[in-house]
Design a protein around this ligand. Sequence first.
Ligand SMILES: [Zn+2]
Length: 195
Amino acid sequence: MKLAQNFNYSEFTKTLWDKLDQRTQIMLQAMANLLQVIRTEIGKPIVISSGARSLADYKRLQSQGLNPSPTSDHFYGAKVPCQPGSAAFKKYGATYNLAVGAADMVCPSMDTVEFYNFIAKMRYAGKIKTGQLLLEKNNTMWVHIANFMDPFLSPAEKKLRGDWSLSGMGYSLNNGKTWTKLDQAKKELLPKNLK
Ligand SMILES: [Zn+2]
């Protein structure tokens, strides 16, 4: 099933469409629309490496002894349990359901830093509205992009999340341990020589 000209539903999740609640469907469609605007402007294929994560994915990672974040936008509005005593639990309570939808992606025919900066320039120019826009690196680099939050969160929910978690721009080269933020007021881009 196509969500947009160049993006199929199956690129975002393995869960069957009918099994998703309506809010998640709307968030997925919004993400496909956003990526299509970028895809059309850049004129090159975009590959999604991670789209929607389900509660089952979260529990599987936990059972493997990993420590998945319950507050990731990849959960597309699902109610994710927060570990008692954790920072998320203290801030949000027993469950977190403020995820607005996100995708991790690369543009295989383009350097990932250049790809990020292309999207950042579109955002600065007002051609797209996005939530968090991040360059992340584990072994490889990818761009994490989240939906613009306004259709999905109330003013109180936005305040609870805070500006960085809603619409921050920046990068991490150590799998999210530390972040360097970009100055959006100065329309700052990523340094070209990031490795
Ligand atoms: Zn991501």
